[in-house]
Design a protein around this ligand. Sequence first.
Ligand SMILES: NC(=O)c1ccc[n+]([C@@H]2O[C@H](COP(=O)([O-])OP(=O)(O)OC[C@H]3O[C@@H](n4cnc5c(N)ncnc54)[C@H](O)[C@@H]3O)[C@@H](O)[C@H]2O)c1
Length: 358
Amino acid sequence: MAKEIHLAVIGHGFMGHEHEKMLSDFPGIQLIGFSDRDPKQLEDVREGLKRYADNEALFADPDVDTVLIAANNNQHHDLVIQAASAHKHVICEKPVAMSLDELDDMEKACRENGVTFTVHQQRRFDPDYRTAKAVYDSGTLGDVYAIKNQLYGFNGNMHDWHVLVKEGGGMLYDWGVHLLDQVCYMFPGAKLKSVFADIRNVINKEVDDYFQIMLRFDNGVTATVELGTYYLSDKTHDKWFERHWFVAGNKGTAYVDGFFPEGKIVRTTHLLTNVGGQRTMTAAGPTRSFGPAPEGTIVTEPLPQVHTEHRNYFEHYIKFRNGEEEQFVKIEECRRVLRLMDAVRESGRTGKSIDFEA
Ligand SMILES: NC(=O)c1ccc[n+]([C@@H]2O[C@H](COP(=O)([O-])OP(=O)(O)OC[C@H]3O[C@@H](n4cnc5c(N)ncnc54)[C@H](O)[C@@H]3O)[C@@H](O)[C@H]2O)c1
């Protein structure tokens, strides 16, 4: 019979509250309680859940077999090692670590104590991402040559420790780790040949708040990952973010817009080779490079329907813990993304393209 996971969470901030909502009534997981170094943060922990006096009390609780770490990024290293040393299985929030050395220590501690270790990369289940991935996987676009994964926030919203380097702030650690993980998980078998990146501190003194990253894979895809926090918007704009995927192949293009995406696939009935130039008038004068495709060759189709939600992450986790499937987010995948973030920073610093996987 499947064994119930008895889970406690360290950190009852933004993400701790999200875990409380998700896991308070989740078949296969019993949420036991929370610790937080700031006692005020525990005041609104739901009735019936434990509020530990400190992390040591949580680690010492025999009712707990699994610890989910949802504290600031610079705390992950020590907390994962402490949890593993207390013989608890570990789920760590992203970014798993602030460096590869930290991750090596954490993995070693989990291995030596015989506990499992994984990372909460639940954005592999985002509907926009799964839609773009379903289109890619279907092959309907032919040979895909370009993918764009874009997220824009407006008016500079960054907050709390996310603006402090020593706490693990910056958008590369924050959203970057999700956006890069999504692209890498889209075609896990492909080698990432090279990385070129522009990273900026547009308005933040300490941390990055904009990046544009080009990833060239050996399957012919060049992926662009772009995130901005400081595009300005007036109040006529009803959203405070924009989310876009753009997947382009030689037989079609997919437009995937929004977290619950709208969009379309525009395909050709056959390869549009040697389309004759047509004189097209633009506001900037005439051109023969851009214009309508020959009559009858363009087909517009709806995006595929995907059924995906963040709770799928924990459903997979339960199956893994019960020996029914392999670990969904593997540490080697997280290590690759951390290594990629190092290459991104190096490229940003030097202005050069960095070879990644030969
Ligand atoms: N997976 C996601 O989509 C997602 C989304 C947001 C945040 N996160 C991650 O979750 C983690 C927390 O982020 P947040 O936005 O909730 O931050 P937050 O500041 O809202 O909450 C962090 C909480 O951890 C507590 N804390 C810090 N160090 C501690 C320690 N050593 N022991 C006990 N408690 C400690 C703080 O007091 C605070 O209450 C970060 O790693 C972040 O990257 C993940």
